[in-house]
Design a protein around this ligand. Sequence first.
Ligand SMILES: NC(=O)c1ccc[n+]([C@@H]2O[C@H](COP(=O)([O-])OP(=O)(O)OC[C@H]3O[C@@H](n4cnc5c(N)ncnc54)[C@H](O)[C@@H]3O)[C@@H](O)[C@H]2O)c1
Length: 312
Amino acid sequence: MRVVVTGAAGFIGSHLVDRLLEDGHDVVGIDCFTDYYSRTDKEANLVSALVQPRFELVEADLRSAELEPVLDGADAIVNQAATPGLVLSWDDFERYQSCNLGALQRLVAAAMAVGTPHLVQASTSSVYGAEATGPESSPAHPVSPYGVTKLAAEQLLHAYGSTAGLPFTVLRYFSVYGPRQRPDMAYRIFCEQLLDGRPITVYGDGRQSRSNTYVSDCVDATVAALHRAPDASTFNIGGGAEVVLLNAVEVLAAELGTAPVIEHQPARRGDQRRTSADTAKARDLLGWEPKVAPEEGLGAEAAWVSDRRGGR
Ligand SMILES: NC(=O)c1ccc[n+]([C@@H]2O[C@H](COP(=O)([O-])OP(=O)(O)OC[C@H]3O[C@@H](n4cnc5c(N)ncnc54)[C@H](O)[C@@H]3O)[C@@H](O)[C@H]2O)c1
């Protein structure tokens, strides 16, 4: 297959690129290296892909680039490009709606002009709202502008699907973690704070929980979706265990050989309270189940953060 991966230099996108290359596919990565976090980090994510002859990187912004020549000949597109995270979405909505919705509209229009390859959309448990605990048919009431743009993106695909036959699949990822995790994400920040000997900043009481998804499980699910005939389905993609935030801190601290000092701050507007992924549909229709247990995954992330800083 020839697969176009947008957001290829990002956390999840770069792992997906590596897997698709390993599996023998031709991969075209698109990324414009937004300044949401450092370009150096994103370049490091692509180090192994860039030496592969079956990988091509196109540095382009989905909001403005001519996309048809890049998509021409693709069997599938995975749209990982987005402005992620919810905190900034209250203050810079333009960036969220243009990267998460406007860019997708341009991608879809270009895809339809070159023969409508299967589009797999990276969506999020944030579309559900403060609690994400039920099946895919649960009501979607996002509590952050980020979640609103991601839900609107899903709806845009349904509009193109039902009126113009766009073949697509939506994957709602639940808090993905592991090596290369974005520097604004909680476990990455906790590891850096622990290694610096600084207090851990916990927003709220620390009893919030997450169905954290280890990045290789997230990639497995995405590959499974690519291989399934598209029928406009939506799938929850989440880890098999619900992890309470304070317990995750304990595991990370033990892995890094430090004792955490917790500093509580007020809960942030738009933060989810509880996510517990119901992945029965993905199990039944994608033949996918998460494999990596929280202790193993958190250990791998802590070891990666430590290694990239030159060891403990
Ligand atoms: N990381 C998670 O826990 C998580 C959870 C749920 C959903 N998601 C979704 O998964 C996807 C990937 O997330 P991530 O954590 O890897 O984020 P990331 O920021 O690491 O990767 C996104 C990449 O997209 C690129 N990009 C953004 N706008 C672009 C544009 N207009 N044109 C070209 N490239 C652009 C960025 O430069 C970046 O490299 C996103 O769609 C996100 O909403 C992530």
